[in-house]
Structures are given as structure tokens and as C-alpha cells.
Design a protein around this ligand. Sequence first.
Ligand code: GAL
Length: 819
Amino acid sequence: MRLSRCFAALLLLAATLPATAQSRKEYLLQTDWKFAKGDVPEAARPDFKDAKWQTVRIPHDWAIYGPFSGNNDLQEVKIEQNNEQKATLKAGRTGGLPFVGTGWYRRRLVVPQFGPGKRAVLLFDGAMSNARVYVNGKEAAFWPYGYNSFSVDVTPFLQANGENTLAVRLQNFPESSRWYPGAGLYRNVHLIVTDDVHIPVWGTYLTTPEITPELAKVKLRTKVETAGGTFQPLRLQTEIRDAAGQVVSTSTATLEQSDNQEFTQNLIIKAPRLWSPESPTLYTAVSKLYAGDVLKDEYSTRFGIRSFTFEADKGFSLNGKVRKFKGVCNHHDLGPLGTAVNTAALRRQLTLLKEMGCDAIRTSHNMPTPELVSLCDEMGFMLMVEAFDEWKSPKVKNGYSQYFDEWSEKDIVNMVRRDRNNPSVIMWSIGNEVPDQSTPGGNKIAKRLQDICHREDPTRPVASGMDRFDADIQNNFASILDIPGFNYKPHRYAEAYGKLPQGFLLGSETASTVSSRGVYKFPVVMAKDQKYPDNQSSSYDLEVCNWSQTPDEEFAKQDDLPYVIGEFVWTGFDYLGEPTPYDEKWPSHSSMFGILDLAGIPKDRFYLYRARWNPSQPTLHLLPHWTWPGREGQTTPVFCYTNYPSAELFVNGKSQGRQTKSNASNQSRYRLMWNDVKYEPGSIKVVAYDQQGKAVAEEEVKTAGKPHHIALIADRTHLAADGNDLAFVTARVEDAQGNLCPEATNELHFAVSGQGQFRAVGNGDPTSLEMFHLPQMKAFSGKLVAIVQASDKAGTIQLKATGKGLKGATAQLQTGVTP
Ligand code: GAL
């Protein structure tokens, strides 16, 4: 029994081995993990029997399987940054999911290449949280902050021959977060086996100190580690390859005793192609480390060539051109998938944001998963990588403040070293709305953290998202920062500009407008903290929090003030937790701030931003839907989000007049609004006019009949057969004519056959208590998204959707095929 288990484990790693032996081997430890919830201290021991534990695949979020309950992490708090005067009970603040508690993961590990003269390192992309890593029963590492990457050299703990046991204990405390943090090994775990003489994790630092149209100077610093740190005469051969794999520059360097175990190579790339969001060109430096003729290690550093400046009055320039950040803040969860990282899910998010014209992301309020950073390099997004949501003074009882003194430097160092070669990263953020803005000495902490970033990476500026405006100015907190970022302060930008030395500022967090996809409330009025009995918010995009603004108020300042360098909207996607304005009213498990809902379906607001941010595409979007039985004759305002300057609205062919964008109000500057339209069933149609007054486009929304059938639309129909790839299939409940039934709530059922499995489903309804991993859910505003996961075998997948009284539908997907 034991023998065969051991053999299976050997196969497990051997299967991933390339045919020719190399000096470096990297394994993704995704399969064959055992998991149990609860604290089992004996589980660290190699002889512990875990056969009855659940078999899971990493990345894994143990809490996303629910069930939801308003009692999970119930918090009695006064949220200071929300201007609350007294503490109240908050039910869904962290999503109502069972992330609190302890969980254990175990895995057998056979490392055939390991032995004398070898090193083995475990690299965790992030583990939620308080990770204790045990190898063969001995504690090898502890890392409290769940969002950071960390590595541990497990050479002293590992056996060369036979089986090793890896065990990881994670523990999440109640009241440790302001949103859903997820739970467990929710990011990837890597095993890296190298020679004793090797380039360590994050061992290179590549900069491009000079860029002209003729050439780019590349400076590559490469650390080496040797047994006992002793000097050896080594040689490093580096080739820079362009995106097509052509070698464009080479360098060979030898290590001298005085080099302090670090190579420095200066290379030149002629006629460099620059990286930008619009043209994200990448290069790779491939370095080979030799001792004599023996290849000891091979290490790749992917990078991009771009320059940027932040200048007084002029603002931000990328590659010499002034531009403003068209950014969104995002939390790390992936809606129905929870926090379990998945590249296809991240790529889908970025594809949707690209379509909207977004060019920047703030990873609020923590370090992102490395897959996101790589995708931003490839797809063209500028990143503001953020470290913390609190420093020394707490926002939540058991939050990061308790680790801050001991861990903040280590956490920043890892954040910067991991991502400083990535061209997408444009700035670091040391914190979000930290209460230390107004505590004595808070500015000194800011200076200390900023200095650490500068020490580790002198090429990027440091920002912080600030909300305590007066304290920030008075305490010299804002003046210290490279980039002063203000959250929800468009009305004070001019004052900040006058009082601060930098000469520019950033809207580090903006809007916080709330809406539920496809839900419209009447009468249509601008309101703060508006609540309704159904725990939803209106999609007329006029409802905000007492501290926030409609998108248009921010737009006006962005457009009128040249020294404002852009904005990061709160948020791109709805996220689990923080269900403002329903923090106290269960059920409500997710935010309503998103431009897209929790399932990644665009809300109306998507088109408001698209009209502004994506000028290369026409946007012409009408709201609300036009199926209002019972509202006949009642005032039902119609809004149009468009980048055309004016348009005429028709109700059943009758003109409602022509509207032109005007400066009468911030709203009329960015939206076309017909506020007095009376509802009658039929259709609304808008005809758009260009600057010359020519009718150029039209859009029509019809009254829907009864739900008749399901329509399925997959975001991708060709998937990789890698056991990870996902298709996101939108299901629409339609009438017989193919119109969306905008209020349909039919329960839809899913069955997957072929080379894939049902993974999750989401409908974007913050009040739904249906679990994401079960293959049925009610449509919300006529739609939901089913997620199908490819197996590791090539073939076809069928996703069948059925619903009572509805004609069903089947989506066909293919795997293992490169389209
Ligand atoms: C900000 C905060 C965000 C989120 C947002 C909601 O104050 O930085 O994390 O809470 O408010 O409007």
C-alpha cells in the first residue's frame, strides 16, 4: 500500500519533468492536496493519516462553499471612515461566508532531482492567513499577512530519497477584515529545485535608465547564492529576446570577489519598442549562470521598456505623452469563484475592463496575485500596487495593525522585489485611508514606508489613498508622498493643489456610486445612503454614500483641472463583503459599488465609463429596460450613456425631444436625460447625432413578453485542456422574440458533460443566499453566468441549461484546441 502510494507520488512529479535534465526545475503544486477545516495540530506530523480528508486542487478557497449566514463574522463596529457616530451590528461586512477559523492542507512530496548540492525552495503566492508551513513535521516558515508572497528554503528539512510531507496550517481571526478575505491556499504554491549555486527567488532587478527612439539602456542586476555564501568565479550570459523570440542584445559578465554576489550587466536594445497600455510590448532577459563550463542555473526576467514622469502642473506622462489614469480599484475576489486564483477568470475581468477603455488598476488594498501582474503586463494595464489598509492604528480589531511593527518592512520588501521588473507596475501605494493620517507620528510612518519602497526600487513613485483631508494637510502627511492620492475629494482638489508642494494629485478612489444590475427605483432622485426594502440600489446611477459622489462629479474635476492625474473608481467589479448601504441589513453579502456586478455582467454604469474612456468605439446605451407592467402613464425617466453629443428619444415612434450634453449640471454634461417620459409598453428608441448634426446611430429597447427560452453566450468556446481553464457562459431568459426578460427570476439548472465540469454560477444579486458551487441558481434581472472548467483531457464539453417552463439550451465548448 505504502509502496504504491509512494510510486504514485513519484509519478506525480515525474510526469511534469522535461525530457532533458536542466539545472532548475519549477513545479506548480496544484493537485493531490488534502484539506480539513478545524485545528488538527497532529496534522503537521508525517505519519498523520489524512486519507479521510477532502482532496482539493490549489488554488482553493475553503469558505466560498458557504453556507451564507449573517452570523459569520458578525461585527459590532463604528466605521469611522464612513462617518458613523455609533457602533452597530454589521452582518455581511465580510460577505457572510465562513472564512474564520483554522484549516489544514497536506501533500506528499517526492522530489527526484533533490539531493546533495541541491536547493529546494517553496514559494507561496499568498496564503490566507497566518500561514505556518511544516516540512516533515518541522515548522519551516510563518507568514501572517495573507496577501503577500513569501518563499522559504526547505533544503534543510527535505529528504532526498522517498517521500516528504508538506503541511500548511492557516488561521483566520474574526474581525480581521473589512471585506471578504477568502481562506486557505487561495493562490499558487511553487516548488523550485536548483543547484546550490543559483539565482534566488526574485533575484534579478532590471531597469531601463535611458530610453530614446534609437536605443534603450538596460541595466540588469542578478544576485547569486552559493553554498555557505562563499565566493566562486561564476559567469552570467544574458540574452535579451524580443516578443518574437529574436535575440536583440547579449552580455557576458564574470563575478568578482568585490561584486558582493551580484552581477551587473548593461545592455543596449536598438530601436526599442515601447510598452504602453495600447501597445504592451514585452522583452525577456534570459540569463544562464555558469561555473566553468557547467550550467548552474537559468533565469528569465520579463520586462517592458517605458518611461514616465510625474511633474508639477503637467501631471503624468507615459513615454513622453501626458495622460490621465482611467483606473478602477478592485478587490481580489473573483465573485462566484471566491478568492481562488484563476488566470482565465482574471483575463476575463481584464478583457471586460479593456472593452470599457480602462487602462489602470489599483490593487486595493493589498498585494495582487502574480498572475494579475503578468496579465497586466501582457494586456496593457498600469498598476498601482498597494500594500496595506491599516498601519499601527486599527480599523478592525484583529487586522494588520497587530503585525505592523514587526512585519511592515518585510511585507513591503517582498511586494516590491516580486513586482519591480513588471512594466505594468507604475506606482506603489503604502496604504489606504490609514487612521495614522491623523495620529501623531503618522507622517513619520509614511516617510519610513516610502523610503523602504525607494530603497528597493528607486524607479517608481509612492502614493497613498487619503481620506482625512485636513489632517493630511496639517500633519504634513500628504506633502511627504511622491503622489498625493485623495479618496472622494473632488470638491477639495483645488484646495489641495494650492496647499501641497507636488503640483499634481491623484483621485486614488472615486465615485463609490451604488447600483444593482437591472434594478431601477422610482422616483428617480439623486440620494445619499438611500435604502429600499428589497436591499437593492437603483441603476439610474444617482445613489451614493454620504462620503462619495456620482461619477459625473469626478469627471468634471478630472476634465477641468489639468493637475489632477486621473482616477481609480471604486470599484471595477462588485466584491464579496462591504454591502453598503446594507451593512446592517441581512441578507446582503456583496458590494454594489461595481461598474460590473459580482458575476462580471456590466451594469448600466459600464457604458457611462465606456463612453468617456473608450473614444475609439461608439457607445450608445439606453436605460432603464422597458418592461414595466403596472407603470403605464407614470413618469419613467430615460437616460442615454453615449459618446455622441446629442440624441433624440422616441417612445413608440413619438419624439420626446432632442437632448444635447450641456454644462447645466454635472449630470447633463455626461449623460443625456429625458426626465419626464411616461411609460407605455412598446419600445424606446434613441437616434444619435454627431457633431455635424447628422443622425449616425440608433438603439432600441423593446417591452419583453413572457419568459420563453434560455439563450447561452460563452465568453470563449475554445479552452485549454489544462484542468484550470474556464468558460464564462452568460444565460439570458428571453421572450419568444429574443428580448431579454428584464425582471425574470427563473431558477436555471445546469449540467455539464464531456471533458469539463461545472465550476460555479453567479447572478450578481447581493441578496441571494444560493451557493455559487451548486449547479442551479435564480436568474437576476433576467441573467446569470455559469462557469465551466476544462478537464486536462482534450475533447468537447456540453453545458446544458434548463428551467421550468422554459425551452432549454446547450452550449458547446472545445478543449485542447488552439483557436
Ligand atoms: C473607502 C475605502 C474602501 C471602501 C470604500 C467604499 O473609504 O477606502 O475600501 O470601503 O470607501 O465607499
